[in-house]
Design a protein around this ligand. Structure first.
Ligand code: FAD
Length: 236
């Protein structure tokens, strides 16, 4: 496998750091290839504006998706975006490693998605979901939380974690064509003690090495939707 890990934690000695390091070491030891974008270490700029582009489509009005189309066709993307696009094209598997912040992605990682997954380069013109640009590749979230699994399950005060993660799994990964694997969640690493943290790291290594055999999350295929209304055919 060629695995691309996008790592979003500002502390190298964090538990997130330990998970990425363990995954990298295990993958390399088993003959796989790994590339890591350590966003804080790279000082990755998460802000989307004209700096995303080498050229200018419309100098009077900045419409990001229109400029992305222009950049795809002729203008070109900034070098830091092109570098990430090249890693995405290279990989078979994409992993996001991050601490859950406000029920979602830390801003630096959300900004990475906002800048890199560009219209007409990564999606658009009928390329989405089953027919998406990354068709045939796999993606997986690996995250840590502050809260435990009880509050984050159905009926819990913070709500079902899988509902929160759906905006990433379906709204980002599946939207651009990935087969999405179930997330790896290290619950509340700051509160569980050393022995369980070590277990978590071992479980994560097992999950990462098992990626080729892991069953993706089942989503409805595009063919279930009416191409005009984009609603389920059974609604009609
Ligand atoms: P750390 O605190 O870095 O690590 C935990 C422990 O693991 C430490 O003791 C560390 O020394 C130890 N460790 C490191 N390496 C190893 C190793 N190799 N072996 C064993 N132990 C090791 N939480 C929620 O649940 N929901 C939210 O919506 C949410 N929003 C947040 C928003 C913000 C802005 C912030 C700052 C936090 C939020 N949190 C939330 C909490 C956050 O998700 C957790 O603090 C984070 O996920 C914990 O992961 P970490 O890597 O930072 O842990």
């Amino acid at each position: 496998m060629r695995v691309f890990i996008v790592h979003a934690h500002h502390e190298p000695k964090s538990f997130n750091g330990a998970l990425t390091e363990a995954a990298r070491d295990a993958l390399l030891a088993n003959g796989h290839e790994v590339r890591i974008s350590d966003l804080y270490a790279m000082d990755f700029d998460p802000i989307s504006d004209r700096r995303n582009f080498k050229g200018v489509g419309d100098a009077d009005y900045l419409k990001q998706q229109a400029e992305e189309s222009f950049a795809t066709q002729e203008g070109g993307f900034a070098d830091d975006i092109e570098a990430e696009l090249e890693k995405l094209d290279w990989c078979d598997v994409l992993i996001f490693q991050f601490p859950l912040w406000w029920f979602g992605l830390p801003a630096i990682l959300k900004g990475w998605v906002d800048r890199i997954f560009a219209m007409d380069r990564i999606y658009g013109g009928g390329y989405w979901f089953d027919e998406g640009y990354f068709k045939g590749k796999r993606a997986m979230l690996s995250l840590t939380t502050g809260g435990g699994p009880g509050p984050f399950s159905e009926g819990g005060i913070t709500g079902d974690i899988h509902t929160h993660l759906n905006s990433i799994n379906y709204g980002i990964f599946r939207f651009v064509g990935f087969d999405v694997l179930p997330p790896f969640i290290a619950w509340a690493p700051a509160r569980i003690g050393e022995a369980r943290r070590k277990d978590n790291i071992e479980q994560y290594v097992e999950r990462v090495l098992a990626i080729p055999e892991t069953e993706p999350i089942a989503y409805l295929p595009l063919s279930d939707y009416d191409p005009k209304t984009l609603r389920l055919k059974t609604d009609e």
